[in-house]
Design a protein around this ligand. Structure first.
Ligand SMILES: NC(=O)c1ccc[n+]([C@@H]2O[C@H](COP(=O)([O-])OP(=O)(O)OC[C@H]3O[C@@H](n4cnc5c(N)ncnc54)[C@H](OP(=O)(O)O)[C@@H]3O)[C@@H](O)[C@H]2O)c1
Length: 305
């Protein structure tokens, strides 16, 4: 990253994204900036904490907001608005968040599993940004079975996260790309009873955990990742996996992007146990963003402290 000469400073989108990534790496490494501090980048793209007047932005860590030097473009201001809460995480050591892209009628895919594309290219880019701000990206077995995804960060500058597949019965073929391409370290979390001593699925490492009738506790999954040094977990789908994390109250944040399409009966997004009274409904604090033609609902689920 080139130093920025005084007087010509413009925080463009590329620099803003580099700054957010550097902040995210610093916080995930448990070196969270404190107080009111200026932020910029050093020559190798690492976060520099400087006096407020020397920063590209000034972070108020307690209020969880930034002030800009000069007037930022709408795009730069929105980038910070959307991603700062993800970069800063919550009060707990491990920060877990999920995203689903769904139709107006609540479906993430057709009945046969076709999900490309319920939401538009801006949302796809958003998902790659979320991967870049995470230590681990986690999906359920059916997503790997149906989509054969790579789960790497390709649409924006950023590191690949550890890839985690929840496959309780070890039913997936080792030929899927995540298990073969070596693009990023990959774990397969399964029920201890299904592992039967197996250590690898393709190139991926098998992580057995205790199950209850085939169900793996989302908190136990997060605990197993935490014990491997993972601090930020992005649950990328599908609906069954995100629903189980949400039902177990194992998410700090959930994002639902709604595309303007009706899919008909298909694969549902979030499905939670029935309640009798709306007083029992989960009503998170929610922010809304426009991503192209889609609307993103960003829901905060846990209190920060
Ligand atoms: N629009 C989007 O945002 C989006 C994102 C991702 C995927 N998709 C689409 O969604 C579809 C797949 O989603 P889906 O809801 O059908 O399935 P999924 O969530 O991808 O996978 C569900 C399966 O993962 C395993 N699993 C996940 N959590 C578990 C837990 N806590 N304990 C035990 N097992 C667990 C189970 O495997 P077993 O079946 O072996 O028990 C479960 O049936 C695909 O069509 C994909 O294209 C859409």
């Amino acid at each position: 990253m080139q130093p920025v000469p005084e007087g010509t400073f413009v925080l463009d989108e590329a620099r803003a994204w580099s700054l957010l990534r550097a902040l995210s790496r610093t916080v995930r490494a448990r070196r969270r900036p404190l107080g009111r501090v200026g932020l910029s980048l050093d020559a190798s793209g690492g976060l520099r904490e400087v006096a407020p007047e020397a920063g590209w932005v000034v972070l108020d860590a307690e209020r969880r907001e930034v002030a800009f030097r000069g007037h930022p473009s709408f795009e730069v201001a929105e980038l910070f608005d959307l991603y700062l809460p993800i970069c800063l995480g919550g009060a707990r050591a491990c920060f877990t968040f999920a995203h689903l892209g769904q139709s107006l009628d609540g479906q993430i895919a057709t009945a046969s599993g076709a999900s490309r594309y319920v939401t538009g290219p801006e949302n796809l880019r958003h998902m790659h940004r979320l991967r870049a701000l995470s230590d681990a990206v986690l999906v359920g077995a059916s997503t790997v079975e149906r989509d054969d995804p790579q789960l790497t960060t390709r649409l924006v500058p950023g590191d690949n996260a550890l890839r985690v597949v929840v496959d309780p019965r070890l039913r997936l073929s080792p030929n899927h790309r995540v298990f073969q391409d070596g693009a990023a370290p990959t774990l397969v979390v399964c029920a201890a009873s299904a592992a039967r001593g197996a250590r690898r699925l393709g190139e991926a490492e098998i992580v057995p955990i205790e199950d209850a009738n085939g169900e793996l506790s989302p908190r136990a999954i997060v605990g197993a990742l935490e014990s491997r040094g993972v601090a930020w977990v992005f649950v990328e789908g599908g609906g069954i996996t995100v629903s189980r994390f949400l039902a177990a109250r194992a998410l700090d944040r959930v994002q639902v992007t709604i595309g303007s399409v009706f899919v008909g009966s298909g694969r549902a997004g979030i499905v939670l146990p029935a309640i009798d009274d709306l007083g029992q409904a989960l009503r998170p604090k929610t922010r809304r963003f426009l991503l192209g033609d889609d609307v993103l609902f960003d829901c905060e689920l846990r209190p920060e402290a």
